[in-house]
Design a protein around this ligand. Structure first.
Ligand code: HEM
Length: 428
């Protein structure tokens, strides 16, 4: 069977001695993709992710206390917070905590330790044009081999990830507790356990197929795919909510009326309709992925909903940014940030609302679609639903600069989100 993923994905592939490494995102062979995804897919279900709640809570508390220590206007009048960086420190620390049982330490240091963030950003600045122009990319690759250019990306990251995997394997062999806690929770997992434990369990179940490279790829993918993607919606929400006083007020009154404790629990957060609408709207107006998800039409051909046929072999793609602005689905004001579009309006019946909602949800390509849909969707929603109410309840925030700038290197990143903040007395 021919590959359905186009050559676009080759730009993100990694190889060792000519063999493709099992990086989920870039594998084009469907059968190999299923083989790599299956052993770990259940570890990304929402019920599996909720097991990390106490670890995510600790990171949220650390995040808020770092912001208060450094930027609280109650203490110092004119300091402002570069929130675009800080949400990224947060999302990197969370993914590293739940993957390796240890946060990178970006929040504590207040900086891009080891230059990891910059490294990923630079790497993707190079990959995005390679993905769009695969022939040019192949030529570039041959040239770089000819001049023996070293790939700067692999070295520091590889070291970090390798040391964690080796250390964990060693501890397991010595019978030591794998991570920082021995408490066994209701599901039989150690309280402090993490994705690396899950990956090692998967390898133990199938030692004949999974070698060390699988552990490495699973781990590194978590960090590369699971940090910026969470930081982007957090920035979108803070930016749009603070720029719209009416929306800000509505969100605050829902949160303050709900008698919540910070860090806000997942169970409470997902029951807040206005928060839900704000998050859906943020993902709609600024999807983190901003290039087309390219597929090759299979041998059976393709027929569009308007019956137009498309021949086998033609490249087709959908860009979430384009899809999410469709007037016929999202309304004439689809360029505007308006969370209310996700709620029932006073003029529509329950049935009309349900069909409108279904249409909007079905049109969403924010997390992709089908067998290649985002494996980390639940991680990101879990973090966002918990972090946003916790931030807005703990901090009185005011936007300093009304403009930011964005650029697209597969992820549509934002810079320049500067915010004044003041800590609030939570009384809990
Ligand atoms: C709001 C946050 C996120 C968004 C919007 C997002 C978006 C996407 C999209 C659109 C795809 C499909 C790409 C395609 O069809 O080519 C994808 C795939 C993927 N995502 Fe995410 N992602 C997010 C968070 C995460 C997180 C937290 C992880 C961490 C593990 C992650 C890991 C992956 C992986 C491994 C794939 C490849 C899946 C496969 O091909 O089997 N993502 N993501």
């Amino acid at each position: 069977m021919a590959d359905l993923q186009s050559e676009f994905y080759d730009a993100f592939a990694m190889r060792e001695e000519g063999n493709e490494l099992p990086m989920l995102f870039s594998i084009r062979d469907e059968a190999y993709h299923t083989q790599v995804r299956k052993p770990i897919s259940k570890d990304y279900s929402m019920s599996a992710i909720t097991q990390y709640e106490h670890q995510v809570d600790t990171m949220i508390s650390d995040f808020i206390s770092c912001l208060v220590t450094k930027f609280d206007r109650n203490n110092d009048g004119e300091l402002f917070c570069e929130m675009d960086d800080w949400v990224q420190f947060f999302s990197f620390d969370v993914i590293s905590q739940i993957t390796f049982g240890q946060a990178f330490g970006f929040l504590k240091s207040g900086s891009d330790l080891f230059g990891f963030m910059k490294l990923i950003e630079d790497r993707m600045d190079g990959q995005a044009p390679n993905a769009a122009l695969p022939r040019f990319a192949r030529l570039k690759h041959r040239l770089s081999l000819a001049i023996r250019q070293r790939d700067e990306f692999e070295a520091p990251f590889a070291k970090f990830v390798l040391s964690h995997i080796r250390d964990r394997e060693q501890r397991n062999m010595e019978g030591k507790p794998p991570t920082n806690s021995n408490n066994v929770n209701g599901d039989g997992h150690k309280d402090g356990s993490d994705f690396l434990d899950r990956f090692l369990e998967a390898k133990a179940r199938a030692p004949e197929t999974m070698d060390f490279s699988w552990l490495w790829c699973y781990s590194i993918t978590n960090v590369v795919a699971g940090s910026d993607t969470v930081a982007i919606p957090l920035r979108t929400i803070i930016y749009h909510v603070l720029s719209n006083p009416g929306i800000h007020q509505k969100l605050l009154s829902e949160l303050r009326g709900a008698n919540l404790k910070v860090p806000v629990s997942w169970d409470r957060a997902r029951q807040l309709p206005y928060l839900d609408a704000v998050i859906n709207e943020a993902l709609r107006i600024h999807p983190p992925v901003g290039l087309g998800l390219e597929r090759v039409v299979p041998e059976t051909g393709l027929r569009l909903p308007n019956q137009e046929p498309i021949e086998a072999g033609v490249l087709v793609s959908i860009n979430p940014w384009v899809m999410n602005r469709r007037f016929d689905v999202f309304g004439d004001d689809s360029d505007v940030f308006r969370p209310e579009r996700w709620l029932k309006s006073q003029t529509e019946s329950g049935g009309e609302y349900q069909s409108r909602l279904t249409l909007m949800r079905r049109a969403s390509f924010v997390f992709g679609y089908g067998p290649r849909t985002c494996i980390g969707k639940h991680i990101s929603l879990f973090e966002i639903y918990k972090c946003v109410p916790s931030l807005f309840l703990s901090l009185d925030m005011e936007i300093k600069d009304a403009e930011w700038w964005t650029w697209n290197n597969w992820f549509v990143r934002q810079k320049g989100l500067n915010v004044y903040l003041r800590s609030l007395d939570l009384g809990n």
